[in-house]
Design a protein around this ligand. Sequence first.
Ligand code: MLT
Length: 269
Amino acid sequence: MDINTLYVQTQGSFRNEAIIFLHAFPMTSDMWKEQMSFFSKTHYTLAPDLPGFGKGVLPFHAITFEHYVDAVISFLREAGIKRSIWCGLSMGGYLAMRMYERAPELCSGLILANTKAAADDNAAKEKRWSTIKMLHSHREEFIAKQWHAMVSKSSLEKVKLKKCFQEIVSKSDEEGISAGLVSLATRMDNTETLAHITVPTLILAGEHDKIIPLSEMQFLQENIQGSRLEIIKGTGHLSNMENPDDFNKVIADFLASLHTDHVNSSLLN
Ligand code: MLT
């Protein structure tokens, strides 16, 4: 059941190491277009639309954040992807951390972008409830508000980026987005998971992120053993779409270091 609620885009050869890209709210797998095109030359890239987003199917029963977790873990197991790198931005990062808590044996490296470990407090929950109320009657206003919150001041001027953003957000209906808001508001706190993470981890922050402050990203870095924090210049919350060149470069360096570290440790053994 859970696998069928996902729609998964893939690019690259399945013989290569896999990277799973996990989308933000209220986006879809299409937000990873630049990353899939870049990394598919060296990796097998996969990006799901989570249930209720884009082509991801919302089940008939009520869902929680754990359904997203179940769906992606079941998909990886079913597809025979034994170990892979998980790259999640914001909601996608909450998902990657929660997946790690549930199935660490499937993960070989983590890339956590514009995300945090803490769950919603009451003020954040209240904001989600009012968004649900306004969604049906004020859809355009919702999209406009998201755009302003998610990108940096300089990105606001980028016409092509704005069009792309609007097209992606328009791919999910109100039911899927509302289910997403309830799932986000009731998700588990991932703080305790940080100490359990033993895979190489890269943390990416947006220089001008208005949604996730740098202090949250620093908290991740301080609490995930051996992790590295990089700041993506000129970006807000949607760092991968606002500055794909720098975003991809930092990830490419991280991926290369995984192999160098592996070779070095084999030489030492
Ligand atoms: C996201 O980009 O996924 C959202 O900002 C996450 C959230 O609302 O907590």
